[in-house]
Design a protein around this ligand. Structure first.
Ligand code: PRP
Length: 175
């Protein structure tokens, strides 16, 4: 499968993704029983994970969407830009960030610091993909679907220069 100038091959199927998101949601449903967490989806990439994960959440909970940016082309630049779009009060809230991928970890690290400064009671992360070998900061990722090596991946919300987010499966760059 070709996107722009690159060839990709299938890596994780939509069925595996569904099962995995359901199991993350099950854990959250147990861990946050009796609580009212605020889910925060970090756009753009996480909108599809957020839609599917959030529908498996049985808790009384809200969801909000914020935007930052850290990537240019295929490399993580490391400079996480400013948070925009946050309308809810964060003070005393149990916050769960929803991500499609934790790569260098800088986005989540920065967001966690900002939300703690805003007075969040707790801050955790739920991400579909997690690249532990790429993480360059001190970070705890409580909920993750798949630990993957430092591959370039597209699909299910993840893009290559804007394209590929609508693919139902996840693809990796053809070796
Ligand atoms: C991706 C992804 C995460 C971030 C992870 O977003 O959705 O937010 O990169 O990278 P990090 O762990 O190295 O910080 P990106 O900035 O590519 O924007 P997008 O969601 O609009 O594609």
């Amino acid at each position: 499968m070709k996107i722009h100038d690159k060839e990709f091959i299938k890596y994780i199927s939509s069925d595996e993704i569904s099962i995995t998101l359901k199991s993350i949601a099950d854990k959250i449903n147990v861990d946050y029983e009796g609580k009212n967490p605020l889910f925060v989806s970090i756009l753009n990439g996480s909108f599809i994970v957020a839609a599917d994960l959030f529908r498996e959440i049985k808790l009384e909970s809200e969801i909000s969407f914020v935007k930052v940016s850290s990537y240019h082309d295929m490399e993580s630049s490391g400079d996480v830009k400013k948070l925009i779009g946050l309308n809810e009060p964060i003070f005393n809230r149990d916050v769960i960030f929803i991500e499609d991928i934790v790569d260098s970890g800088r986005t989540i690290k920065k967001m966690t610091e900002e939300f703690k400064e805003l007075g969040a009671k707790s801050v955790e992360v739920a991400t579909l993909l997690y690249k532990p070998e790429s993480v360059a900061v001190d970070l705890h990722v409580k909920y993750f679907g798949f630990e993957i090596p430092p591959l370039f991946v597209v699909g299910y919300g993840l893009d290559y220069n804007g394209l590929g987010r609508n693919l139902k499966d996840i693809y990796q760059l053809k070796p």
